[in-house]
Write a protein that binds this ligand. Structure first.
Ligand SMILES: [Zn+2]
Length: 573
């Protein structure tokens, strides 16, 4: 990096810039006047420009606490958060311009914070959590908080157990947490904690009167904010919590900020092991205690589900998934990842060695029912889903009352005969629940899903109209491989034939099925519809297999199109 030319360029832009040193670091220093303050900005020299050149604020304590700055105490500097670091594309080929641009942005930001105290306070509150976390120099383990309400209550706080996984976080739940009403995920988490819990409580703060700069500011900050509590909370806190003698206390605060409710915490630990005292409520008593600021992550579905791009409104939906093979297994996982609340899995098969490379479940689940294996795996992965495994098959499900209790039925069994028999039953008995049939073809040529919504034109039989004679056909007209060819492979004699397709094909088919299911459940698809994905014909041609006209004409992979076939006898009744 040619800092000589950068300094010259910035000088030519009118800045007062010079090369300088800070402790052992080479820097450049910019002096500017902002809102009546003399501000020194420090850039620590770098060898290569891989992100926007950073400028630090020197002597930050001489200013009021500024939004978007974080103290960097060892150097008496504060970092200035101009952008999310990696979101800006930097002109590293012309460093002079990158520095000019960056310096301008830093000065603009500081100008806003120094000249508009109202906006500065609002921003400080909005980013309060970041400054709270910066109070600890060491990385503090997350505190996972299973609470439903921000109001005062006593808490059980379980220490970390181990370095990895959820056990490496502190776990918190209300003293009267009713595990019986919780999803399996939470029962597992709480059951895993072996050590006896510490005591904590929740304190909702009506306001923030100050923001601590350093850990040493925490005692004053704490006492100040106890005074701010509303009278009910303060009364409960003082009479039911502050009287108790313990070696460790956890206080978990929450406050409304412009970007939602913020949660953060303090851990009080008496300096002497095994000495139990009441929580320090006078400044003199703090000498006996170590205090740590900690980050609180609320384990809360209303924030975690949308944060992962899933949908809280699917929590109320119930899906019946029939077939837990390669396609069905992925559909189950994908539906759960979308935020689905209720999933019933039906299959009669167990995991076998042959499933090793083509199933969502690993071979650890050998001999497990596919349904229970999926239940266990998915319930430990997605916290807010209830999965019910049922040993059975599609044709046993011909019960109107059962079918009508679901929002959607998805069939992934790859059996055109059973699927048509089941469809006949639904038509004759006026089943009200929509059905998706999903199947994959061999040799990577593609996969298909058909969504049949009762009372809407378009049904499974539309996908079975024989294109030649326009009568009911035995194979789907959506297929890409011509019928009456031997499509299965057989490595070890009768009873072991299988349709050759890869795990990737199964995932593709599951993805179009889940996507259509999701859009239907969210009310975005209101008509009976179909979707196909089309892959390469190379492997099929190598096996001397023939492909259909639809394959060659098809250009609508992944797109949702109407299922209705005008020649369908059912839809034309
Ligand atoms: Zn039809």
């Amino acid at each position: 990096m040619n800092y000589q030319s950068i300094i010259q360029h910035l000088q030519s832009c009118g800045y007062s810039v010079s090369a300088a040193e800070l402790l052992t670091l080479d820097t450049i220093e910019v002096d500017v006047t902002i809102g009546g303050y003399n501000v020194e900005l420090i850039h620590i020299k770098v060898k290569e420009l891989t992100s926007m050149p950073a400028f630090y604020l020197k002597d930050p304590q001489q200013f009021p606490k500024l939004a978007h700055t974080l103290p960097f105490n060892d150097y008496n500097l504060a970092s200035i958060c101009v952008n999310v670091t990696d979101s800006v594309s930097v002109n590293y080929e012309v460093p002079t311009l990158a520095f000019e641009d960056s310096l301008k942005k830093h000065i603009e930001l500081l100008t806003k914070c120094l000249t508009d105290p109202v906006e500065n306070k609002k921003e400080l509150l909005r980013e309060f959590l970041a400054s709270w976390y910066s109070l600890n120099n060491t990385k503090f383990n997350d505190v996972l908080c299973l609470v439903d309400s921000p109001e005062f209550c006593k808490l059980k706080v379980y220490a970390t157990e181990g370095k990895y996984g959820l056990k490496s976080s502190v776990l918190v739940h209300p003293e009267n947490y009713d595990l019986a009403t919780k999803e399996p995920f939470f029962k597992i988490q709480v059951a895993q904690r072996k050590k006896s819990p510490d005591l904590g409580c929740i304190l909702p703060l009506p306001d923030l009167s100050s923001i601590p700069w350093n850990v040493s500011d925490l005692p004053v900050w704490f006492l100040e904010h106890i005074e701010l509590l509303d009278s009910d909370t303060k009364h409960h806190f003082l009479t039911t919590f502050a009287q108790i003698r313990k070696n460790i206390f956890w206080i978990i605060f929450n406050i409304d900020t412009p970007s939602g409710k913020s949660w953060f915490g303090l851990k009080f630990q008496h300096k002497k092991n095994k000495v139990n005292k009441t929580l320090p409520l006078r400044l003199e008593s703090f000498a006996e205690w170590n205090i740590e600021a900690c980050s609180i992550k609320l384990f809360d579905k209303s924030s975690l589900i949308p944060r992962g791009g899933a949908f809280t409104d699917l929590q109320k939906k119930k899906v019946l998934l029939v077939g837990c093979g390669s396609v069905g297994g992925y559909i189950a996982d994908q539906l759960a990842s979308c935020g689905l609340g209720g999933l019933t899995l039906v299959d009669s098969d167990t995991i076998s060695i042959e499933n090793t490379y083509r199933h969502y479940l690993s071979i650890d689940y050998l001999n497990w029912e596919k349904t229970t294996g999926l239940q266990v795996k998915i319930a430990t992965k997605y916290p807010w889903i209830n999965i019910k495994p049922v040993k059975g098959c599609l044709l046993n499900l011909r019960e109107v009352s059962i079918l009508n209790s679901f929002d959607l039925v998805i069939i992934a069994i790859g059996s055109p005969t059973k699927e048509r028999i089941f469809h006949d039953y639904c038509i004759k008995n006026n089943v009200e629940t929509a059905v998706i049939n999903a199947w994959t073809e061999g040799y990577g040529v593609g996969g298909h899903v058909a969504l049949d919504i009762p009372e809407q034109k378009g049904c499974l039989r539309c996908a079975y109209v024989d294109n030649k004679n326009l009568c009911r056909g035995l194979v789907s007209n959506l297929n890409f491989l011509k019928p009456n060819q031997d499509l299965t492979k057989n490595l070890s004699g009768c009873g072991n034939a299988f349709l050759p397709y890869s795990n990737l094909s199964a995932i593709q088919t599951a993805s179009i099925a889940t996507d259509l299911a999701l859009k239907f459940l969210k009310g975005k698809v209101k008509d009976s519809s179909k979707v196909s994905w089309k892959g390469s014909d190379q492997d099929a041609l190598n096996e001397n297999l023939e492909l259909t006209d639809r394959y060659y004409a098809f250009s609508k992979s992944l797109l949702i199109t109407p299922l209705l076939n005008p020649e369908c006898d059912i839809c034309n009744e």
